[in-house]
Design a protein around this ligand. Structure first.
Ligand SMILES: Nc1ncnc2c1ncn2[C@@H]1O[C@H](COP(=O)(O)OP(=O)(O)OP(=O)(O)O)[C@@H](O)[C@H]1O
Length: 301
């Protein structure tokens, strides 16, 4: 493992044994640096949630290991916060109660006043100041998801894991929450691993977009570097000269290459997932460095 890898997924596999045993994926390798926002895109059933659950410590790989900040994952931890599509709030607790519960679970010695002040800071950060005494049944879907985000951020996790967190929301709320999450993550340098089916969401939020092929036997085909500036604005995305090249590259993968990638790329090395840099002409693929080498090799496509 090289030192710049804050998260290191090292050769994980997931198999289900039954009458017909299935390999969802195997020999999956991926590194992430601290503060990086990575989105994974792939068709339904390829194994994205399984990877996220392994990162969360909620599921165990059949083989391989995941190391976060130098420590192998062995189970759930308050170092890793998960936000799912449907917010799992405690219905009998208020907004403040839900966030404070997570805070006091992490810092057990904190007194009530300190827990409350800390929780309120994050409730405010997600735009819910004034609603802290409401119960989940009094909140809209978007507000509930904000509570989930506040609760996740309030425990200052080393990594935030998000599984299609905005997919159940209406377009307007989704856009607003994407803006909030992006602002907070940029401001706080939060490391994020997120699953989405929404190409534009990935382009807006992610530093890198990981393309996963169809399962069973799914592989990470490419890591696409987002060429858009860090201070990008949602409304300006389509004006960036590389936006359409980036979007087309991802859509082309989802529409056709995700199905034929494995057959057409027999020499694909899962330890050196190609890094794609979108340029004004054709995308350039850079074979990522192997764990032990520091010299990337550029290959024009
Ligand atoms: N307990 C199980 N036994 C057998 N197969 C399973 C089990 N749990 C999950 N799977 C299979 O593992 C595969 C990966 O599931 P996973 O939920 O990770 O996919 P996904 O890419 O996140 O899909 P989606 O985008 O639809 O959420 C699926 O084909 C699913 O049917």
């Amino acid at each position: 493992m090289t030192s710049d890898k804050f998260i290191s997924i090292e050769g994980i596999a997931k198999r289900y044994d039954g009458a017909r045993s299935t390999t969802i994926f195997e020999n999956l390798w991926l590194g992430m640096t601290r503060g990086e926002f990575v989105c994974v895109i792939g068709h339904s059933g390829c194994g994205k949630t399984t990877v996220l659950n392994i990162l969360a410590g909620l599921d165990a790989p059949s083989e391989g290991v995941v190391v976060v900040d130098g420590q192998a994952i062995e189970g759930p931890s308050l170092d890793r916060a998960v936000i799912f599509q449907s917010h799992a709030l405690l219905p009998w607790r208020t907004v403040l109660g839900n966030v404070a519960y997570a805070v006091s679970s992490k810092w057990r010695k904190w007194d009530r006043a300190k827990v409350k002040a800390h929780a309120l800071k994050y409730i405010e950060l997600v735009g819910l100041a004034g609603s802290e005494h409401k119960r989940p049944s009094e909140l809209s879907g978007g507000m509930k998801q904000r509570v989930g985000i506040a609760r996740a951020l309030a425990i200052t996790p080393k990594i935030m894991l998000m599984d299609e967190p905005f997919s159940a929301l209406d377009a307007l709320t989704r856009g607003t929450l994407q803006d909030e999450v992006r602002r907070i993550c940029v401001e706080t340098g939060q490391t994020v691993f997120m699953i989405t089916h929404d190409v534009d969401e990935a382009i807006y939020l992610a530093d890198k977009i990981v393309l996963m092929t169809n399962g069973p036997g799914a592989v990470l085909a490419e890591i696409v570097e987002n060429p858009l500036p860090k201070d990008r604005l949602r409304g300006d995305l389509h004006r960036h000269p590389l936006y359409y090249a980036l979007r087309n590259h991802i859509i082309d993968f989802l529409v056709s290459r995700s199905k034929i990638f494995t057959a057409e790329t027999p020499d694909h090395d899962p330890r050196k997932v190609p890094v794609v840099k979108i340029g004004r002409t054709e995308p350039t693929i850079v074979v990522s460095k192997p764990a032990e080498s520091d010299a990337p090799q550029a290959v024009a496509r």
